[in-house]
Design a binder for this molecule. Structure first.
Ligand code: HAM
Length: 421
């Protein structure tokens, strides 16, 4: 029979990789909680309209990357391709804005985009991220970037990443800039790719994102969005820059950074890593001051970021983080069926005082059980055979020191409590 395999672009996360995942998840939750953020968990699928209205009808995500279907009752549903939309929907649905003037939220979980798989790009991938609703001040932008910086530093990635920063301004600024950019590109439009020609009509700012060298050369002399910033846009961005300097977070201003989701206004940023190849965006985010209103809530400013967990782990391959979980405390060797109930009972008691215990379930020889104990790098082995059952004893062996002694079964908990204190 043909062997079934995981679907293209999806991956199993195997036990030998999980420890790194857990470490990263711990770093993320500790950093977010240090900044007063609370975790939110949203459903994996939502109504399709949530994403088309927020991410944008004409974006790559909505036009070609979503896993969508019509449900039996005729509802159009989609596996979430990103989480800002879901978090914002939940913010509105549960009136979180009424609970406090600022809502600071963080999350992590799987996302789905039907992209062409390559290193660092999958069809099911995972993100962690943060969203803050309620403040339109530049210190809020600073806080969001500072969380990203703290996580990158904890992962020892701060030296190899660059923070690219831009402001795509207010609606008013973008309307004027869109016209100026189109006027500039118009004479060269025949030299642009089909994708860029299409974007010229639907979302000209996205042309600035082009990977084509030819198009990039033409765009070198293009007008800059900062020339169209309103007074508020400029003073917000200048304050942010000042605050980032105050807290020593290095950045590079990149006038061409526009990001591929339609809800952004004002500040946008990305942390890019030199260790990732073509998919070098580790983390991206920005302000979305109109999103709550677009989705039917009261006008509320918002800003956040999300980062690809797989990309973080690729970038962290060189880092000094541990790759292994702490060792097993005890491997319990069981010799003969009669010993089984004592072994099971004592193992339970030992787990009760917090020890990690495996007892053999294959009824193997003493030699192969001890070999397994060494392979698993257990600190200690305990052994019970027929003699020990008759005498009420258990044999204790310290596997690194090679010391062995006999202990009364009734003393075993006291013995380990003293040993491990
Ligand atoms: P995004 O730029 O689409 O933004 O994704 C954020 C990060 O997710 C990327 O920088 C990348 O590390 C990772 N990522 C995206 N697509 C893939 C993929 N196919 N495979 C592996 N990793 C991927 C957002 O999703 C926004 N919701 C971020 C945000 C939050 N903006 C404001 N708040």
């Amino acid at each position: 029979m043909k062997q079934l395999r995981s679907v293209k672009g999806t991956h199993d996360i195997l036990p030998n990789e999980i420890y790194k995942w857990k470490q990263l998840e711990t770093i993320v939750s500790q950093a977010c909680e240090q900044f007063g953020y609370h975790e939110i968990r949203n459903p994996i699928f939502e109504e399709t309209g949530l994403f088309s209205r927020s991410v944008g009808e004409e974006t790559d995500i909505v036009t070609k990357e979503m896993y969508s279907w019509e449900d039996i009752d005729g509802k159009h549903l989609t596996l979430r391709p990103e989480l800002t939309a879901s978090v914002t929907r939940a913010f509105i649905q549960h009136n979180l804005g009424n609970q406090s003037p600022i809502q600071r939220l963080y999350y992590s979980g799987p996302l789905f985009r039907r992209e062409r798989p390559q290193k660092g790009r999958q069809r099911q991938f995972h993100q962690f991220g943060v969203e803050a609703f309620g403040s339109n001040n530049p210190e809020q932008d600073t806080e969001i970037i500072a969380i990203a910086w703290r996580i990158l530093s904890q992962c020892e990635l701060e030296k190899e990443t660059i923070l690219n920063l831009n402001s795509i301004g207010s609606q008013e600024c973008r309307n004027k800039y869109r016209t100026a950019l189109k006027d500039y590109i118009q004479p060269y439009i025949k030299d642009f790719s089909q994708t860029s020609q299409h974007r010229f009509e639907t979302n000209p700012l996205r042309i600035l994102d082009t990977k084509s060298e030819k198009e990039q050369t033409i765009l070198k002399e293009a007008p800059k969005i900062s020339d169209y910033h309103t007074r508020n846009d400029s003073s917000h961005f200048d304050s942010l820059i000042g605050f980032l300097k105050d807290i020593s977070i290095p950045f590079s201003i990149n006038h061409k950074l526009v990001r591929g989701l339609d809800y952004y206004t004002g500040t946008v940023f990305e942390f890019n890593s030199g260790n990732l190849g073509a998919q070098d965006a580790l983390l991206g985010g920005g302000r979305y001051n109109g999103l709550v209103e677009t989705l039917g809530g009261k006008p509320t400013p918002g800003i956040g970021f999300a980062a690809g967990i797989e990309r973080f782990l690729i970038a962290m391959e060189q880092s000094k983080l541990d790759t292994k979980e702490s060792n097993l405390d005890i491997y319990f060797v069981c010799l003969g069926e009669k010993a089984l109930s004592s072994v099971l009972e004592i193992s339970q008691k030992l787990r009760g005082i917090g020890l990690k215990v495996i007892s053999d379930t294959l009824r193997r020889s003493m030699k192969s059980q001890l070999r397994e104990a060494n392979k698993l790098e257990a600190k200690y082995a305990l052994m019970i055979g027929e003699n020990e059952i008759n005498d009420g004893n258990v044999i204790f062996k310290d596997l690194s020191k090679g010391i062995q002694k006999t202990i009364l079964q009734s003393d075993i908990i006291n013995f380990f409590e003293e040993l491990t204190n």
